[in-house]
Write a protein that binds this ligand. Structure first.
Ligand code: BTN
Length: 247
């Protein structure tokens, strides 16, 4: 069970209040409900287990009770909606940076919202915007990953097990810092993302707007879209799914 007292002793100042639940349908839904009631920027909802955890594009998010961190943060950005497309990317940057800098894990950001370790997914970010508020949801595999071979957990790659309390404290501080800076400092954040991008330079296939595409990932544009060199020239894709490396 998540140790709230241990977390309180090391929690960053940036978060407002932690709402812990043994079980929820989705922490994003509960965070949105609290936001609708006026919850402040930095309010966090954390669940041991979700019965209907969701990912992007209708996918689910599976995690056995206590195996990971399943949380959502209410954000009331000081910047306009034009910048909301950056939030998932910079949140991923913050999370990956914690894994790299604090735990010496070779984490990589996989555009648009995954964090990978050794080519397997350890974390997904789901950003949902409504009215003047944004809910940022994070699913991070800490103790164990789901059985599917495409997933990995932090404790699969560290020599000493890490506590979920410590990781949440570090990740919350990093995510809030990166999000707060993303309107003004996105160029330098992009440079940091490029340095740890899983896709950069790789030949990829993906789906966008109902079409299958193939090309070489060349970077991320200022608006957060993926730059791909295709047979038809260099193109930018704001949305894509099912991104696979072909070599
Ligand atoms: C993805 O990889 O497509 C994003 C996955 C996001 C999962 C997290 S778990 C906590 C929060 N609540 C949800 O229902 N989803 C996000």
């Amino acid at each position: 069970m998540f140790d709230l007292r241990q977390f309180a002793a090391i929690a960053p100042e940036c978060y407002q209040k932690l709402h812990w639940h043994e079980q929820l349908e989705s922490t994003n839904d509960e965070a949105q409900r609290l936001a609708d009631e006026g919850a402040e920027h930095g309010t966090v909802v954390l669940a041991e287990y979700q019965t209907r955890g969701r990912g992007r594009r209708g996918a689910g998010w599976m995690c056995e009770p206590g195996d990971g961190l399943l949380f959502s943060v209410v954000l009331r950005p000081q910047f306009g909606k034009d910048y909301y497309g950056r939030i998932a990317l910079v949140a991923g940057l913050g999370i990956a940076s914690v894994l790299i800098d604090e735990l010496a894990i070779p984490a990589r950001v996989k555009w648009p919202n995954d964090i990978q370790i050794n080519g397997k997914k350890c974390c997904g970010v789901l950003v949902e915007a409504n009215n003047d508020c944004v809910v940022l949801g994070v699913g991070l595999n800490v103790l164990n990953a789901p059985g599917d071979d495409g997933f990995i957990a932090i404790n699969d790659v560290v020599s000493e097990p890490v506590s979920r309390e410590k990781i949440l404290a570090l990740v919350l501080a990093a995510v809030m810092r990166e999000v707060d800076q993303c309107a003004e400092d996105f160029s330098s954040q992009l440079n940091r993302i490029e340095a740890i991008s899983w896709l950069n330079g790789k030949n990829i296939t993906f789906l966008s707007a109902g079409h299958q595409h193939q090309g070489t990932a060349e970077g991320i544009a200022e608006d957060g879209s993926l730059i791909v060199r295709t047979n038809g020239g260099v193109r930018q894709f704001a949305q894509a799914s099912d991104i696979r490396c072909v070599n």
